[in-house]
Write a protein that binds this ligand. Structure first.
Ligand SMILES: Cc1ncc(COP(=O)(O)O)c(C=O)c1O
Length: 411
């Protein structure tokens, strides 16, 4: 299609005054409704498996049956899991803040000395926001189809003692959807060994397994156990894993989990004890009764998959129709998670997003998937199809494709 035809087609879409939005990486109403029976599930029985009354104070590490649920999600034994409040991001902030301001599991506080976080890109904007907020400088490495570029990561860990941590979203990563290979997981578990691990130069891995159970097909994508690799490498206290039920049950009203070695858990429990007497054990019990074993979790996630899969299929079909074989863009084809990562020609992402906006489609701001909001190539766009209806996704992706074509043709 030549430029004039594209301009005309685009004007026709503009004239429709649409209002579409692909920025919201959150579950749809149909998805959260899958868990509505959480409400009332306890039927007056508040007593946990260890005899504790969930309605009363106590038990900072969480109730046993909910720590089991955390164990299914993190692949750590339940005794190495803390079942906490409603947000894993909150736990990540706690851990990062502890590393920076207090020190964790034998490390000294990093505050006051230069410290840097290794950030695979594109990545999750809220990781970057917390890291920046706490004054930790961010340094980017490439995120490949099998995980972070480990040669880059290992070089940094070996050669730059100011690098103190690595952010990871190991399964159905935000936003590319990639899952780390066995080799990458093993190399990550060994990273702390590349340092002498003196108190002043520790190296931590923050393992945010937010999409541990979020597969589109009945055959879950395999992710090697970071716990087992860390035990084998002797690095358990340098790796902290996170998960939550935010995108499993009710977003923002679920249960979050943290898993690590004993020294980390002891330090965090001590730190938490000056902030909170205990987390919401009634909600933990509701979740444990709702998802009492791995099978129930897996059946529940199949229901989510049935709702979100068609939205991702529509995204793929729409992108193929407009941009397939054009060399104007590449994009990911995730088999789980919440996002599609679209790369347009360098220097065009901002323009594409502005064009889409002018046609009534809101897209995540350009640069959001990079530290400091700066995508050096101005190429990456994060697409979040789960919160829109099928018709909205179809219309929105057509606008994305048109905007990419138009931006490229104008150039
Ligand atoms: C990678 C990742 N981690 C964490 C979260 C938020 O988790 P929570 O609701 O448990 O704080 C999200 C939400 O989009 C996410 O994409």
């Amino acid at each position: 299609m030549n430029l004039k035809m594209l301009e005309r087609e685009f004007e026709a879409v503009r004239a429709r005054n649409l209002s579409l939005n692909l920025t919201r990486g959150k579950p749809s109403g149909a998805q959260v409704s899958l868990s509505d029976s959480l409400d009332g599930i306890l039927e007056g029985d508040f007593i946990c498996s260890d005899g504790m009354d969930a309605r009363n104070y106590g038990g900072l590490r969480g109730i046993p049956e909910c720590r089991n649920l955390g164990s299914y999600l993190t692949d750590y034994p339940a005794e190495r899991v803390i079942a906490a409040g409603n947000s894993s991001l909150h736990l990540m902030y706690l851990v990062l803040e502890t590393i920076v301001n207090a020190g964790l599991a034998g490390s000294s506080a990093l505050r006051g000395s230069p410290c840097r976080a290794i950030c695979p890109v594109p990545g999750y904007d809220r990781h970057f926001a917390a890291t920046e907020y706490l004054g930790v400088e961010m340094i980017c490495v490439d995120l490949n189809e099998d995980g972070p570029d480990m040669d880059q990561v290992e070089d940094l860990v070996k050669e730059d003692p100011t690098t103190s941590l690595l952010w990871c979203v190991p399964k159905h990563s935000n936003p590319t959807g990639c899952t780390y290979s066995d080799d990458v997981v093993e190399r990550i578990a060994k990273l702390p060994l590349l340092r002498d691990d003196s108190p002043t130069s520790p190296f931590f891995v923050l393992w945010d397994n937010a999409y541990a159970a979020h597969d589109f097909s009945d055959k879950p994508v395999h992710l090697s156990s970071i716990h087992d690799c860390a035990v084998a490498a002797g690095t358990l206290d340098r790796i902290v894993a996170f998960a939550s039920t935010s995108k499993i049950t009710h977003a923002g009203a679920g249960v979050a989990f943290l898993a690590s070695g004993d020294r980390v858990l002891n330090d965090l429990e001590a730190r938490l004890s000056v902030m909170i007497i205990g987390f919401d054990k009634v909600n933990q019990l509701r979740h444990a009764r709702f998802l009492p074993n791995r099978e129930s979790l897996s059946e529940h996630m199949k229901k989510h998959a049935a709702i979100v899969r068609p939205l991702f299929e529509a995204t793929e079909t729409g992108l193929q129709e407009r941009l397939g074989n054009t060399e104007l863009a590449t994009w990911t084809q995730p088999d789980g998670g919440y996002f599609v990562s679209l790369d347009v020609l360098p220097g065009l992402a901002k323009e594409v997003i502005a064009l889409a906006g002018s046609a009534g489609l809101q897209l995540t701001a350009a640069g959001a998937t990079y530290p400091y909001g700066k995508d050096p190539a101005d190429a990456n766009i994060r697409i979040a199809p789960t919160f829109a209806s099928l018709e909205e996704v179809e219309a929105a992706i057509s606008i994305v494709g048109m905007s990419v074509q138009l931006a490229a043709a104008r150039r």
